[in-house]
Design a protein around this ligand. Structure first.
Ligand code: SF4
Length: 438
């Protein structure tokens, strides 16, 4: 349960020594309550304070690392309450009985999607043991581990899981399907090899019993595998489990691991969409499918973008092709989607161009203009601070059609420059270029 600033202050030394950077212990306590400071910033915090505040400041959903990625750490049931924190890892399953395991691993490792300036990849490889031959499973795990990606183990036996765990400790990964009977042995294996455990059960009570038991053994890097016979049931149980976690039910305070069952494109898409939207932590696809990944990665990127911080580009001047002093200067806002749409269209026209993005807090053109963050004065001033301002022979600045109203103010701020009003929509840039610039 979160503590108030006053409750936290009672646990602090109350000497107001200022070493934490706050003027008083109370001010520091208020920062702690608002999660704007860490207790470690007070060098004099007692062990009691560390213990109490440590437990109170634990997020309701445990954050765990799987390779370089983190999952969990969530604080809200609905994204619009603030934001979701750590996006789910997308992984692909390989069966130990599959032909061409090496090719499948190479394909997974080679998949990269560039979208709005982010490089998106598949974050893990799952290996499922489908037959009793443990050596075949181990061989498949070795091939997956050699990729360097975290590996998710779905073994048939505890012995196979334990042997495979030793092979993936460099990568990080997950031992899945942990139940009451295997909990002790697999918790020890996970601890020894720095892995995460994913707890399974027939229902939420059974899962909670096992997570509680493992937590008592001082191991807490866990995921849970929510059961359910239908999509509707899984949607419901995911919500019930997350609501319980946020209600401080510690035995449910974990991110989810979900193996999507094989099916046609739409059934896999439905299941995966449910997981992306409803709190999935690690989502394992039954097979490699580019159409699914690009769709789900786009959805994931939108759900896990902080709604209060639009995806944005660094303000500055960007090059399209090989621009020089005779190239046009285009101006738009630093909202990433706008930038990528506009630059894509300019590129398609075969133009070498400078693209100028003043600081507009990542807002789109109309929103920034309406909010007074994209105005003639600031656009003009921004250009005068850039190197190209002094070197351009072609003193032509193209502004978005939706911001035509700022043309006059820019002209005042940039004497000698020709301010051209471009198209309103990025899709009309080509006809604008053909009709006006050629
Ligand atoms: S460093 Fe600790 S004791 Fe000093 S003012 Fe900050 S909270 Fe108080």
């Amino acid at each position: 349960m979160a503590l108030t600033g006053l409750q936290i202050q009672k646990l602090l030394p109350k000497t107001n020594c200022k070493e934490c950077g706050s003027n008083t212990c109370l001010a520091f306590a208020m920062k702690l309550a608002g999660k704007k400071a860490e207790l470690s910033e007070c060098p004099y915090a007692s062990d009691e304070a560390k213990q109490i505040l440590g437990a109170a400041s634990e997020p309701p959903v445990k954050t765990v690392s799987i390779g370089e990625n983190k999952v969990g750490g969530e604080l809200f049931l609905y994204r619009h309450e603030k934001t979701f924190m750590n996006q789910p890892i997308l992984a692909v399953n390989i069966n130990d009985s599959d032909e061409g395991i090496q090719e499948a691993v190479d394909q997974i490792k080679g998949y990269v999607l560039e979208r709005v300036g982010e490089t998106l990849t598949l974050g893990a490889i799952a290996v499922t043991q489908t037959q009793d031959d443990q050596a075949k499973f181990i061989n498949a795990v070795k091939i997956a581990a050699a990729s360097g990606r975290p590996v998710i183990l779905r073994a048939k036996t505890t012995a196979a899981a334990k042997e495979a765990a030793t092979l993936i400790k460099e990568n990080g990964g997950v031992i899945s399907g942990v139940v009451k009977d295997s909990a002790d042995e697999l918790a020890a294996a996970a601890k020894e090899n720095g892995l995460v455990l994913a707890v399974a059960g027939a229902n939420l009570d059974e899962i909670a019993e096992v997570t509680g038991k493992i937590k008592e053994s001082e191991f807490n890097d866990l995921l849970v595998m929510i059961p359910g016979d239908s999509l509707a049931q899984r949607f419901q149980l995911n919500t019930v489990a997350r609501r319980a976690a946020l209600g401080n039910v510690k035995t449910m305070g974990y991110s989810f691991l979900r193996f999507i069952p094989e099916g046609d494109l739409y059934s896999v898409l439905r299941e995966a969409t449910n997981e992306v939207c409803k709190y999935g932590g690690v989502i394992v696809f039954p097979k490699f499918d580019i159409a699914l990944f690009s769709t789900l990665m786009t959805l994931r990127q939108n759900i896990y973008t902080d709604p209060q911080k639009p995806i944005q580009m660094e303000p500055g001047i960007y090059k399209i092709g090989e621009p020089d002093e005779n190239s046009y200067v285009w101006c738009t806002t630093n909202f990433s989607l706008t930038y990528f749409l506009v630059t894509g269209e300019i590129e398609n026209c075969g133009q070498n161009a400078w693209v100028m993005l003043p600081e507009c807090e990542g807002l789109s053109v109309l929103t920034a203009w309406a909010a007074g963050k994209f105005n003639g004065d600031m656009v003009a001033k921004f250009l005068t601070t850039q190197d190209i301002y002094n070197t351009q022979k072609n003193k032509s600045l193209i502004i978005p059609g939706y911001a035509a109203q700022i043309k006059g103010d820019i002209e005042e701020g940039l004497p000698g420059w020709n301010i051209i009003v471009g198209s309103q929509e990025a899709g009309d840039i080509e006809s604008f270029v053909n009709s006006t610039l050629k």
